[in-house]
Ligand binder design. Structure first.
Ligand SMILES: [Zn+2]
Length: 79
């Protein structure tokens, strides 16, 4: 995915740069992490933009159609 040069944020008009981000999604009772997601990030307000094919891959990951690369245990605290 490439963001065209000079692409600007639709909210604040800031410059969008391409970055790899980690997404958190809650699936039923579990949280999943999706690492190395290519996203366009506004340098001013931090709004993230995702390409359509990236969103589709995220959806498939969330629905468990793709095998997780690895699993990490999340500590849970209770009182
Ligand atoms: Zn912005």
């Amino acid at each position: 995915m490439r963001f065209p040069e000079g692409e600007t944020c639709e909210y604040c008009g800031g410059v969008i740069v391409e970055k790899r981000v980690t997404l958190h999604r809650k699936v039923k009772a579990n949280y999943i992490l999706i690492e190395n997601v290519p996203a366009g990030v506004c340098v001013q307000c931090g709004t993230r933009y995702y390409a359509a094919n990236v969103l589709k891959t995220i959806e498939e990951s969330v629905r468990g159609r793709q095998k997780a690369e690895r699993e990490v245990l999340v500590p849970v605290y209770s009182m």
